[in-house]
Design a protein around this ligand. Structure first.
Ligand SMILES: [Zn+2]
Length: 368
């Protein structure tokens, strides 16, 4: 839990970023995270104040922002969202790029206070301005601005340090993402604190970089199109080299967010039949993910074995190269014999990442 400014804090690592506003009217949260992290969210919120949670705003309909709706509603939160968030949560919804079909959410999880274009709330001595984006990441994205503290949660229109996921199945598009990025850049000043949907707290210059990155990706695709390649080919042509640096399994649960991101990008690659290389380096507080059952049990003082081994085996089967940082291995006295089959110890993570970046890899950093 990071205190930002005024009575606004941010909690990272349970699905999307969660913002919390404390005060007499009860806590207001922006986004609900995933249900598996309920105990840690409860603990983090209790560390802020004793106010009960009374208000929850969903930044958009995706499960990593709304999965916790039901339990938060059960402890007294009234849920506010754009009407399309309720629409998608109410029915069976397929997201092609996740290769996943979401069943309708239970009735307690559905937002009951809906709006269309904008709405202003006055709670805890603060003005909270909600505003919908035209379809960008989905067709249900909204920004939530804490006007007095000059803090804005921009939903998944901004992934700080990540290439964004765009949900074409429920209204998202690259052009919409660029429009939303323009809106964000125009809306904030150098002093504004920007809470991205994913990644660390950002500012105006990072929003600007993100917008420029999206524009250049779109231009690349447009160039290829002009050379007469079909859209299908354009996407498939992507020569993707991605290096994941994973230092921490924040909110370690059934599916830590970093491994989920790894799955997403691997899914994209196989869907596009892209020529791609994905290398993941686990280090620091995430090193134990690479251990075999015996060493995992010894390290974590558990008897369950390594719960991540199936996920990793599946990813490796699909071509992801998994490595453990040599410095992390040395600290724990781990050797290759302690690791899951197919995983190797490399030089230390920082040196390895610099080397991969020099070789043209895009670096994606998960919590370090
Ligand atoms: Zn999302």
């Amino acid at each position: 839990m990071t205190k930002l400014r005024g009575n606004v804090s941010m909690l990272e690592g349970s699905g999307g970023n969660i913002a919390a506003l404390t005060g007499r009217d009860g806590k207001l949260l922006v986004d609900a995270g995933i249900t598996a992290s309920r105990p840690r969210i409860t603990e983090a919120l209790a560390s802020l104040s004793n106010d009960p949670v009374k208000h929850l705003i969903n930044s958009h309909w995706h499960f990593d922002h709304t999965d916790g709706n039901e339990w938060l509603h059960s402890v007294g939160a009234e849920i506010t969202a754009h009407e399309n968030t309720r629409k998608h949560l109410s029915v069976t919804t397929r997201v092609e790029d996740w290769n996943f079909t979401f069943p309708p959410a239970p009735s307690g999880a559905l937002p009951t206070k809906l709006f269309d274009s904008e709405q202003t709330l006055h709670l805890n001595g603060s003005t909270i301005a909600l505003k919908m984006y035209s379809p960008a990441h989905t067709d249900s994205d909204i920004s939530v601005e804490f006007t007095d503290a000059d803090i804005v949660h921009v939903a998944d229109t901004f992934w700080n340090g990540h290439f964004p996921f765009i949900d074409y199945s429920t209204g998202g598009s690259i052009d919409g993402m660029i429009r939303a990025a323009e809106t964000n850049v125009a809306k904030v000043t150098d002093k504004t604190i920007v809470i991205p949907g994913h990644g660390p707290i950002g500012n105006k210059s990072q929003l600007t970089e993100f917008r420029d990155m999206l524009v250049s990706v779109r231009e690349k695709v447009a160039d290829l199109k002009n050379q007469g390649k079909s859209l299908d080919e354009v996407v498939r042509l992507t020569d993707l080299r991605v290096a994941f640096s994973v230092a921490d399994l924040a909110f370690e649960a059934d599916l830590p967010a970093s491994i989920f991101h790894l799955q997403l990008i691997t899914n994209d690659i196989s869907d596009w039949k892209a020529k791609a290389q994905v290398i993941t380096v686990f280090h620091t507080n995430a090193g134990h993910v690479t251990l075999n059952d015996d060493s995992y049990n010894a390290e974590r003082k558990m008897a369950t074995g390594n719960p991540y081994k199936k996920l990793l085996a599946e990813l490796m089967k699909r071509g992801v190269q998994v490595e453990l940082c040599g410095a992390t291995a040395a600290v724990h006295n781990w050797g290759n014999e302690d690791l899951l089959p197919g995983i190797k110890v490399n030089t230390d993570a920082m040196a390895r990442m610099s080397q991969l970046v020099q070789e043209g890899f895009v670096q994606i950093t998960e919590w370090d």
